[in-house]
Design a protein around this ligand. Structure first.
Ligand SMILES: [Ca+2]
Ligand SMILES: [Ca+2]
Length: 268
């Protein structure tokens, strides 16, 4: 009886181990310009492009991420500065920015409408290629997500869904030269006809805030920038399986997993 039970468990585990392998590396990792997983306790770039970031004003990398560790931000002055690089420069018409966010509801606004927003990804300081969550200065629109860029027409737009509920939400902003699309938790929140090319050369990339305003309050994880517009299915794969798996950055040997699993079963 016990033997049968163990065999059933082994077969179940075999299936669970082998079937997900098909979902690995479904997005071409060469299209990822910067990938920040925070799992090494810092803002190192896993894309291979060397776009490592620096923690500013006390920003930390902590446990409690959506996957492993995450960027932790105090809502006061924290952010991460990735800086600029040849690979981050863009004069093209294609872009994707993705992030998991777990944002708190901020208190009373301190300054102008936008100063208390939660910036997620931005090429600042001219509000290029932004993924931004509205703060208390936005009144009834607090918590809604804004995407866009100064060079585009129209420039920016926010959608109907609020995300500042201290729960994890997956955000993705894509632009393909004809439309800008915002996905929240894998579903379309904005789909707007848009034209224009990016003109961000030598512009610093900031995560979780900017040097002067819009410093987010909460956690961010699995952040990345791509030089292509990802499809909805890609976004959903990233959300469900994690960037490391979808980009093939964290390959797991099935043999290692089986050996470990079998050892665990035998020891019971
Ligand atoms: Ca601080
Ligand atoms: Ca992480």
């Amino acid at each position: 009886m016990i033997k049968n039970w163990k065999m059933l468990l082994v077969l179940t585990v075999l299936g669970a181990v082998l079937i997900p392998l098909h979902s690995y590396a479904v997005v071409d990792s060469a299209t990822a310009i910067g990938v920040w997983l925070f799992d090494d306790g810092d803002v190192s770039d896993s894309s291979g492009n060397g776009n490592d970031g620096e923690l500013i004003n006390g920003a930390e990398v902590t446990d409690g991420g959506k996957w492993g560790m995450a960027l932790s931000l105090d809502g006061d002055d924290d952010y991460a500065n990735v800086g600029s690089s040849d690979t981050l420069d863009s004069t093209a018409e294609e872009f994707t920015g993705v992030a998991w966010v777990k944002l708190e509801r901020k208190g009373d606004p301190h300054g102008a409408c936008c100063a208390d927003d939660h910036m997620v990804i931005a090429f600042t300081t001219q509000w290029n290629n932004i993924l931004n969550v509205f703060g208390p200065g936005r009144g009834g629109n607090q918590g809604k997500v804004e995407v866009g860029s100064r060079e585009l027409n129209p420039r920016w737009l926010f959608g109907p869904t609020a995300v500042n509920d201290d729960q994890w939400h997956h955000l993705a902003f894509t632009y393909d030269g004809a439309k800008k699309v915002l996905y929240i938790d894998g579903e379309v929140d904005i789909d707007q006809d848009t034209t224009g090319a990016f003109g961000v050369v030598g512009v610093d990339v900031h995560l979780g805030g900017t040097p002067t305003e819009r410093q987010a309050q909460g956690l961010m994880d699995e952040m990345a920038i791509f030089n292509v517009p990802l499809e909805q299915a890609d976004i959903q794969n990233i959300m469900n399986d994690g960037l490391g798996s979808v980009l093939g950055l964290t390959p797991v040997s099935p043999l290692d997993r089986l050996t470990t699993t079998w050892a665990n079963i035998k020891s019971q």
